[in-house]
Ligand binder design. Structure first.
Ligand code: PHE
Ligand code: ZN
Length: 883
């Protein structure tokens, strides 16, 4: 429904359907302009509900005929519903309809891309293929017959196992697939295209044989090795860590270049955005390799957490997403190996959480991990549901330990395999599998993590009594208005003045319990008493980021420096580095003064950079400044330009003051030998890239040609994309005179590779603003022949990167960024509402902006809201922003 009134759907209104569907027998005659769909359904009366008409979902479909038990029946079509007066018994329903894949630019349902057919059914795309009870609690067994032109579409795929295939008249062929596992319609998938596959046969622990296939366009086969390796590693890991085997004879992955998200876990037939699948050393960076490994794992892990046990309704989305992100994170950490590499993974997770989820949770789209209402479910595939949801799953593991968590997961599958369930069912299984645990005794308190929006603020203050050797730590929590206290595990330790770990001994106990513990904050305020503390300690709190909260620990610079140098917890060492930077940047912003970094800070950073034991990857993270979005969250009133100016000044001073150290770091972290995407090599490259970027920055400011020249040379002859792109980024972000030539060279070299050209757009959209040049460039790039709003990757590379992730360039006193945003949201919305609605979210936090930004942002929002043709997707975002 494009126009009309927003229909709000509430979690508490859930009702089981009047009918179930046991089997689906689907035939698709694939034609880009008019695909004919014949659907034969075994419909079962749900005796628990009163009898009523059968109301099926359907969108942008043309109905041809409807038959019950072989007899044509009448039906009413009203908006996106098809109503049939169905009998009060089981029956067979046959529906024939058509749809138009080539006009489907929304990329939901059945659509064409690169001359092939692909589907995307989560969340509500199946109803754009045929009329159905398109809701996740209706689970059916599917048999699917595909018919299509054999030359154009030699590969015909659907879920499950291939039963039959063969030729038909008129140059056509067919394939018949059967999926033995009952599944909700959102896991249905079809592919018909000219593709080739990398294949691998494996035998799993149980002794069963499986065929793994990765399908891509001809020419991309050499970029599928990493995905295949990641898939095999995921299969092995899930069996070893959680005892969850691959339940299919055949597991297929297909790449497609037009896709709204990263990838989709359709049963046995995962469909991937090529950006989340294809990698070669020449075209993908270390970060791409890492992301592909994580997404391949994520989709594979959904096979149990999502597919075998699915969601009762879409309010339960985090049941599968939070849990599966948690699982892919655990996998990535295990793959990374060393404790330091694990810590780096955790650091990157938290950086992303703070830059995206924290602002979301404080902005106009704030919602609990399990939302209570929505207008458009597509708007709730959010950082809160995914990333905060994963943090919440992590809390179970922190409370129960690894074994207790694994027991809980086992019970969850014993109870719910084959069912569509709720977040409450998951929590209950975790508690019941661990009787006597804190979780079991405080389950209701714990579940507030699902029901309350907002990021809890924890304040910690310590008090040391030198005479009695007592140390008292007072913790308090403040949640949003009207919200209740939550159960917050605070992993912690105490450090002495020389950084030594102090033994922890509770009041009333005779001995210490090691040097690390988890405090459970469950009330608004609590005090924890330690005894036998012989020296004044520095508390190291929230180690490993043990809960997704904002912590105010009031630590002094000296204490932060102590943690930075000595904490046994690598995460908190990093956190200290971030806090030292954050305090300085915010200090300058609040005072309205230019930032001047002090010698103590610069010396500390130099010590990190030169440290003989720390890993390069950790150093690169510790030396990076906090994200602008996270800095903004610390302020009541946000002037994005003031933050931008301070961050730029900080980078320049770090570049200049540590110049000799960066030169050393660059030379000392070159990787020799062939490219490997290992954590260790990637860490060296990350630090060398950071060094190069700061050297180019300092040189450009002083007009020295050597480092920009070296960077330019690297753009030309690096033998891997990580180094090449790092060098290009160094030139572009320093606004070096050679940047344009380097960009042109890079573009010419990769003109044929869409994923690399996406990077080229992204880099320019994300460049730090200088005198409006970035904004001007983005406007010009909108006219570039390679730019198109039709491909979501391309639209995202330029527009989302600029509007949502480049605050220093986007927020302009002349409102130019906002005008561009409103125009592009409107254009994109006419093509692809889901993509447009992500772009629309650039304004989530407009209300905290300082003037003149705030007023101008409001005008742009209002202008957009006035348009009569907005999709539900965009309208929901814009309406909430203006509420
Ligand atoms: N369920 C997919 C995932 O997280 C994401 C997705 C949602 C993809 C909606 C497409 C559409 O793995
Ligand atoms: Zn997922």
């Amino acid at each position: 429904m494009r126009e009309g009134h927003a229909h709000v759907i509430h979690r508490h209104d859930y009702q089981a359907p009047t009918y179930w569907i046991a089997t689906v027998d689907l035939t698709l005659d694939l034609d880009p302009a008019k695909t004919l769909v014949t659907s034969k359904l075994a419909v079962k009366r749900n005796a628990n509900q009163p009898h009523g008409p059968l109301v099926l979902h359907g969108e942008e479909l043309t109905p041809l005929r409807v038959m019950i038990d072989g007899e044509p029946v009448s039906f009413r079509q009203d908006g996106n519903e098809l109503t049939i007066d169905a009998p009060d018994r089981d029956f067979e329903l046959v529906i024939r309809n058509t749809c138009c894949p080539e006009k489907n630019t929304a990329l939901s349902g059945l659509y064409t891309s690169g001359g092939g057919f692909f589907t995307q059914c989560e969340a509500e795309g199946f109803r754009r293929i045929t009329y159905f009870l398109d809701r996740p609690d209706v689970m059916a067994v599917y048999t699917v017959t595909l018919r299509a032109d054999k030359t154009k579409y030699p590969v015909l795929l659907s879920n499950g196992n291939l039963l039959e295939q063969g030729d038909l008249d008129g140059g056509k062929h067919f394939a018949k697939w059967h999926d033995p596992f009952p599944k909700p319609s959102y896991l249905f998938a079809v592919v018909a295209a000219d593709l080739v596959a990398r294949e691998q046969r494996i035998r799993t622990r149980s002794g069963k044989d499986h065929l793994l296939q990765v399908f891509v366009r001809r020419g991309d086969l050499d970029k599928t090795e990493h995905a295949m390796n990641s898939l095999i590693a995921s299969i092995v890991w899930d069996e070893a860590r959680f005892g969850l085997p691959l339940d299919l004879e055949r597991f297929m992955i297909v790449g497609v270049s037009d896709f709204n998200m990263g990838a989709m876990e359709n049963k046995g037939l995962n469909i991937f955005n090529t950006s989340a699948l294809l990698a070669s050393p020449a075209t993908a960076t270390d970060a791409d390799f890492q992301r592909i490994e994580a997404i391949v794992a994520h989709e594979y892990f959904h096979n149990w957490t999502g597919n075998r046990v699915t969601c009762r309704d879409w309010f339960q989305l985090s049941l599968k997403e939070g849990l599966t992100v948690f699982r892919d994170r655990e996998f990535s950490m295990d793959m990374a190996g060393s404790p330091s590499a694990r810590a780096v993974q955790r650091i990157q997770q938290v950086r992303a959480l703070r830059a995206v989820q924290f602002p979301e949770d404080a902005g106009s789209m704030a919602h609990p991990v399990r939302p209570d209402s929505y207008v458009e479910i597509n708007n709730f595939y959010t950082a809160t549901v995914y990333e905060k949801g994963a943090e919440v799953v992590g809390l179970y593991q922190t409370l129960l330990g690894r074994e207790g968590f694994a027991k809980g997961l086992k019970l969850y599958f014993e109870r719910h395999d084959g069912q569509a369930v709720t977040c409450d069912d998951f929590a209950q299984a975790m508690a019941d599998a661990n009787p006597g645990s804190q979780l079991a005794s405080q389950l209701d308190l714990f579940k507030r993590w699902y029901s309350q929006p907002g990021t809890p603020r924890v304040t910690a203050r310590g008090q040391y009594d030198a005479e009695s050797h007592r140390y008292t730590l007072r913790l308090s929590q403040h949640n949003g208005k009207g919200e209740l206290p939550q159960l917050i595990p605070v992993r912690m330790g105490l450090l002495g003045p020389e950084g030594q770990a102090l033994p922890l001994q509770w009041e009333g106990e005779l001995a210490s319990h090691g040097s690390e513990t988890v405090l459970l904050l469950e009330q608004t305020e609590q005090a924890f008493h330690f005894v036998n503390v012989l020296v004044e300690p520095t508390p190291s709190l929230l180690r490993g980021f043990s809960a997704p909260v904002l912590l105010d620990d009031g630590l002094s610079d000296a204490q932060l420096l102590n943690l930075l140098q000595h904490d046994s917890d690598a995460f908190n060492r990093w956190e200290a580095s971030q806090r030292l930077a954050l305090n300085r940047i915010l200090g300058a912003v609040r005072a309205g003064q230019p930032l001047v970094l002090d010698a103590a800070y610069l010396d500390a950073m130099r010590a990190v950079l030169r440290h003989p034991q720390l890993d390069a990857a950790f150093k690169a993270e510790a030396l990076r400044l906090p994200e602008a979005a996270y800095l903004a969250e610390q302020l009541q009133v946000v002037d994005p330009q003031a933050i931008h100016t301070a961050v730029e000044a900080a980078w320049t001073q770090i570049a200049q003051a540590l110049r000799a150290d960066w030169e050393w770091a660059f030379e000392a972290h070159q990787v020799s030998g062939g490219y490997r995407p290992s954590a260790e090599d990637a860490g060296r490259r990350a630090l060398a890239n950071l060094a190069l970027s700061l050297l180019v920055r300092a040189s450009t400011l002083s007009g020295e040609p050597v480092w920009p020249g070296k960077a330019y040379q690297r753009v030309k002859d690096a033998d891997n994309m990580t180094e090449r792109f790092g060098a290009l980024a160094a030139l572009v972000s320093a606004h070096a005179p050679l940047a344009d030539a380097a960009l042109a060279h890079f573009h010419a070299q990769f003109a044929h590779d869409a994923l690399v050209i996406d990077k080229w757009f992204m880099l320019q959209a994300r460049a730090p603003e200088r005198d409006g040049k970035v904004f001007e460039r983005v406007k010009k790039l909108l006219q570039h022949p390679d730019f198109t709003l039709k491909n979501p990757n391309r639209a995202r590379s330029l527009l989302v990167q600029f509007c949502n992730f480049n605050p220093g360039a986007f927020h302009r006193a002349d409102a130019g960024g906002y005008v561009l945003w409103a125009d592009q949201v409107a254009h994109l919305d006419a093509i692809n509402p889901q993509a447009a609605s992500r772009l629309a979210r650039a304004m989530d936090r407009w209300a905290t902006l300082a003037e003149p930004f705030r007023g101008a942002a409001k005008v742009a929002l209002q202008r957009l809201a006035e348009r009569s043709t907005l999709s539900n997707d965009v309208r929901e975002i814009v309406t909430k922003a203006l509420e």
